[in-house]
Design a protein around this ligand. Structure first.
Ligand code: SAH
Length: 205
């Protein structure tokens, strides 16, 4: 309850998003001593030197994505798997990719243990998207790019929405929402954020 209260006070007001976040136990996605802090609104360390995002940021990004029950969603940056698990409560199917095989394997084991069956995981450089399953209704990046990667723009369905952090540096980034129209792309700036960078290639762990 405290967890939901904190989310609401940070602007996560969408009832479906709050219900999804109530159902997914964040403690399952962090290890050891960090699980004690799983319900606090802070990012926490995970394997491969990466981080699980702050719950309020997960909530705000999920809310901005406006996921509907029939949607096919692509997430770039599986990390712990927490964001994908939240999306899986709202969408028909979630494809999630990370450049670290170890993170993908660990996240998949958690999805299996929690009986989450509508997430497909894979290891790759997610900047290229997943052309075999394109187009996607929604695309979410949880690592910061300098600009929206063009393969991802191309794999977004007309009418589809992509949410991502963009920025030239590690410290100042802006969360943006890109909507594909019949004729092009509309861009909205949402809020300042701070994410790990989107890196090229496959990770060595
Ligand atoms: N969504 C995650 C947090 C992601 S942290 C969660 O809920 O826990 C960002 C992740 O993006 C890291 O795991 C990092 O390995 C991954 N990443 C960075 N660049 C990438 C790329 N080009 N392709 C796929 N994953 C990438």
């Amino acid at each position: 309850m405290q967890f939901l209260f904190a989310l609401r006070s940070k602007g996560v007001t969408d009832a479906r998003v709050l219900t999804a976040m109530e159902k997914v136990d964040r403690a399952a996605f962090v290890k050891g001593i960090f699980s004690e802090r799983a319900y606090e609104d802070m990012p926490l360390p995970i394997s491969c030197g990466q981080t699980i995002s702050q719950p309020s940021v997960v909530g705000l990004m999920t809310q901005a994505l406006q996921v509907q029950p029939r949607h096919k969603v692509l997430e770039i940056g599986t990390g712990s798997g927490y964001q994908a698990a939240v999306l899986s409560q709202l969408a028909r199917r979630v494809y999630t990719v990370d450049r670290f095989k170890r993170l993908v394997t660990e996240a998949k084991a958690i999805f299996d243990a929690q009986d989450i069956t509508n997430i497909t995981t894979f290891t790759a450089d997610g900047s290229f998207g997943y052309s075999e399953q394109a187009p996607f209704d929604r695309i979410l990046l949880t690592a910061a790019a300098e600009d929206a990667p063009s393969p991802l723009l191309a794999q977004l369905r007309v009418g589809g929405i992509m949410v991502l952090p963009v920025g030239q540096s590690d410290t100042v980034q802006t969360l943006i929402r890109v909507t594909r129209t019949e004729t092009g792309y509309d861009y909205d700036e949402l809020r300042p954020v701070r994410f790990v960078p989107l890196l090229e290639g496959i990770g060595q762990d």
